[in-house]
Design a protein around this ligand. Structure first.
Ligand SMILES: *Cc1c(COP(=O)(O)O)cnc(C)c1O
Length: 230
């Protein structure tokens, strides 16, 4: 069943790419497996998926230990500083950097492991009080500050759009995130590269692709409803 869902999502991704005049290779589909059992991840893995997203450190670590080693793990959830050390060498990309203190911790832990951590800056495009993330106008200054960290490479921006019944309502947020990334990309800041736009979830990934997403994070449409709200 999960494999069929995946095929259906894949077809919708292809159609959205076609509508947008984009190549399918420009968009990475991340299977968001939070709260789901390893057997379901194995099924999706068996169908060819190598990108999995988790939002809790412990869960990512547990699944990392038992799943094949060629998976590109994505940390998509809010990250507490005291937990960075557990995932620094396991998550290929941290999507949720939104404070300098968190960036400092990531930089230090990456240095301890002798690696450079790839991160995205989370931006709260709709200015929702309940969400994490930088306000859009804070991003340019933030980028200049984070450029000083030698063990962090900023690869782009991420946003979680509001939960809406009509996904068209989120188009403006995706378009504005893209504009922000283009503007920042022009500044050519050290250690900052704006090649990734992580935006679009089950309810709105097609619109996000039309607006330039290079990574979409899809949970429910692949794995089914979760038992509790994350
Ligand atoms: C849970 C989650 C998703 C996936 O949400 P669905 O609506 O189930 O596709 C994507 N991004 C983040 C940050 C999440 O926490």
């Amino acid at each position: 069943m999960v494999a069929e869902n995946l095929m259906d999502v894949e077809r919708r991704v292809c159609e959205a790419c076609r509508r947008a005049g984009r190549s399918r290779d420009e968009v990475t589909l991340i299977a968001v497996s939070k709260t789901k059992p390893v057997e379901m991840l194995e099924e999706v893995y068996g169908a060819g998926t190598r990108y999995f997203g988790e939002n809790k450190v412990q869960e990512l670590v547990d699944k990392y230990e038992v799943m094949p080693k060629d998976i590109h793990w994505q940390m998509i959830g809010h990250l507490q500083r005291n937990k960075v050390k557990y995932i620094i060498d396991k998550a290929e990309l941290i999507h949720s950097v939104d404070s300098i203190r968190l960036a400092e911790t990531i930089d230090r832990e990456a240095e301890n492991k002798g690696i450079v951590a790839n991160v995205l800056l989370e931006v709260n495009m709709a200015r929702e009080e309940t969400k994490f993330g930088l306000m859009p106008e804070e991003v340019p200054d933030f980028v200049r500050q984070i450029a000083g960290f030698q063990h962090i490479k900023v690869q782009g921006l991420m946003t979680i759009a509001p939960f809406v019944s009509d996904p068209e309502e989120n188009r403006k947020y995706f378009a504005n995130l893209r504009k922000l990334s283009v503007d920042i990309g022009k500044e050519k800041v050290d250690n900052v590269n704006m090649s990734i736009l992580s935006m679009g979830m089950t309810n709105d990934f097609e619109i996000a692709i039309e607006e330039g997403a290079t990574m979409i994070r899809v949970g429910t449409a692949i794995f089914g409803e979760r038992n509790y709200v994350q």
